[in-house]
Ligand binder design. Structure first.
Ligand code: FAD
Ligand code: DLZ
Ligand code: SF4
Length: 510
């Protein structure tokens, strides 16, 4: 072969120009390697899904007439790193040029740059042809501007790509309909049953277990529900557009013990592995709205478009703007160890038991569960951000560092000191009770703050704000919080702080 082209596990973009014409002098390589399976404790479903999707992709390429080398984790000649496997292929086939697509992850981007610098053959890098923006576009957009507000970038993207626009004005007369999107799930309301794909990933599962990869979570390998190819990803997209989009915005923030995804799309795995492009997902949603305006309101569609056109592109840009510094940011100096029950779900706090239990079972939790349950608790309790990142980067099906760390360390933990979020996302039981049914079945009392049965979130909420008042008191959006705290009787404050100290001391047994 003249050319070796490396395809990473999150670069499964069949529409890439690489694949538009056949060339028998080009060898495509996909590889399962220990350097990727071992950098965190991944959920077993995440590793199985990536491996199965990589294999499906390799087969799809072969069907199109391309030459493909697929290295499995337990292959005897597998050297267990991209670089060493590529060296071996270059050697075996006397390859003259090495090519790869821009990695989305800083670690691999650096590693492959170093690899290429040391190669004696020609090498080149191409775009993944997936995102709306290039790596530095968000940084360029905000250059010279005072704030990095996502909303400003989002409006720019709406105009630039003419999405949900009427000339220069947003359709519906507003850019953002978030205030209509905060409903709790009504009693007896049943969302449409999920589309579950019945894949068999038994062989991948066996391979991962046999090679001793440390994984978390559970799996039903012979009835696996995540999409592993483009066709299935499109089925999931169709299902979402037909059954979930009409109420996506309305119940976007709702949580319920019996519903693990409500009206969310579960498209993040297909998007992050590039089996679907963000453009086709947005097109499908906006087209459905154009055709069905009687049954689909603008707030549902705008809310969905904002997540993909706004947040997803923005997070990627913020990542490239701030890496590698982002990885070590710790604005609050948090150092506490992550409680053991994050790995088992074994806690009496119903919201956390339900969210973590669901995550271990399905490798999925929706945004508000990630932000306001597991993330909120970790922030209030002062958990070390690197431990929070380690957990999030492993447990979710869609976790790839560029979108995991910006959401976790940035949006959720405020460890970036406000690059992404305008204030820390903290909440007491009041919010959780308002948006879910978790508190109804809980051993703790969501109305109590300082008693033995008091919900841990309530004392931790005040303890957090008290502990960090030097950093937060002057924040314009926290004035109300501190005004309330200052007005509280001294003995009440003391009781709350004592309760928080007790909670933190017994954090592994809550
Ligand atoms: P939907 O609610 O249906 O949204 C549609 C799509 O919008 C998603 O598939 C996703 O591509 C995009 N999107 C929505 N919110 C965000 C966001 N905040 N940032 C970037 N894209 C967004 N998302 C990941 O893809 N990978 C992660 O590792 C990840 N880690 C997170 C960690 C924390 C602490 C938090 C608070 C959020 C995280 N998110 C992450 C963002 C978001 O929670 C997930 O994208 C979403 O839950 C995926 O489910 P869905 O496809 O059903 O999303
Ligand atoms: C997450 C992951 C895992 C578990 N395994 C592999 C693998 O064996 N081979 C591979 O090419 N990619 C894998 N991935 C995805 C990568 O770790 C990484 O997150 C992305 O390629 C970064 O852009
Ligand atoms: Fe969670 Fe507190 Fe409600 Fe229990 S009472 S479910 S711990 S918020």
């Amino acid at each position: 072969y003249k050319t070796l082209r490396l395809v990473l596990g999150d670069q499964l973009n069949l529409q890439h120009t690489w694949f538009s014409g056949k060339d028998s002098s080009v060898l495509y390589a996909l590889m399962e390697v220990k350097t990727e399976t071992d950098y965190v404790w991944h959920h077993i479903q995440k590793v199985c899904a990536i491996f199965a999707a990589m294999e499906e992709f390799a087969n799809a390429l072969r069907k199109l007439g391309h030459e493909v080398c697929y290295i499995k984790l337990d292959d005897l000649h597998n050297k267990q790193s991209f670089q060493e496997n590529c060296d071996a292929l270059i050697d075996t086939y006397q390859v003259e040029e090495f090519q790869y697509q821009m990695p989305d992850e800083y670690r691999l981007d650096q590693a492959l740059k170093v690899y290429c610098a040391n190669l004696t053959i020609n090498n080149s890098l191409v775009d993944t042809e997936h995102f709306f923006t290039h790596r530095n576009e968000v940084a360029e957009f905000f250059l010279g501007k005072k704030s990095l507000l996502m909303e400003n970038f989002y409006r720019h993207m709406r105009k630039r790509h003419s999405i949900l626009m009427l000339g220069t004005e947003p359709v519906g007369g507003q850019w953002n309909f978030d205030q209509e999107n905060r409903k709790k799930l009504p009693k007896n309301h049943k969302p449409f049953p999920p589309l579950l794909l019945h894949n068999d990933v038994t062989v991948q599962h066996r391979r991962i277990t046999a090679t001793g990869v440390k994984v978390i979570g559970t799996i039903q390998a012979n009835d696996f529900q995540w999409p592993v190819n483009r066709q299935q990803s499109k089925e999931l997209l169709d299902h979402f557009i037909t059954y979930c989009l009409p109420l996506f915005g309305t119940f976007q923030d709702a949580m319920h013990t019996d519903e693990w995804y409500l009206y969310h799309s579960r498209l993040s795995f297909s998007l992050n592995t590039k089996m679907l492009s963000p453009m086709e997902v947005i097109d499908a949603a906006t087209e459905a709205w154009h055709k069905n305006r009687i049954t689909i309101d603008i707030n549902q569609v705008e809310g969905f478009v904002r997540q993909i056109l706004g947040w997803r592109e923005y997070m990627r840009g913020i990542y490239w703007m701030n890496m590698p510094d982002f990885e070590t940011m710790n604005f609050f100096g948090h150092e506490r160890t992550l409680p053991q029950w994050y790995w088992s779900g074994q806690t009496k706090m119903n919201c956390l038991r339900s969210t973590i239990g669901q995550s271990l079972q399905s490798a999925y939790a929706h945004h508000i569960q990630r932000l306001m349950i597991t993330g909120n608790f970790a922030l209030l309790a002062g958990i070390a951000p690197e431990q929070v990142d380690f957990w999030y980067l492993g447990i979710y099906i869609d976790a790839i560092q560029w979108v995991e760390i910006t959401n976790t360390r940035g949006m959720s933990q405020y460890a970036d000191g406000g690059i992404i979020g305008s204030k820390p996302y903290t909440a007491s039981a009041n919010y959780i009770h308002k948006m879910s049914n978790y508190c109804d079945g809980c051993r703790y009392d969501h109305t109590e703050r300082a008693t033995e049965n008091a919900c841990p979130f309530n004392s931790l909420y005040w303890d957090f704000h008290d502990r960090h008042q030097l950093k937060l008191r002057e924040h314009p959006r926290l004035k109300m919080v501190y005004a309330l705290w200052d007005k509280m009787e001294l003995n009440e404050k003391e009781a709350i702080l004592n309760r928080a100290a007790h909670v933190l001391k017994n954090i592994d047994n809550l």
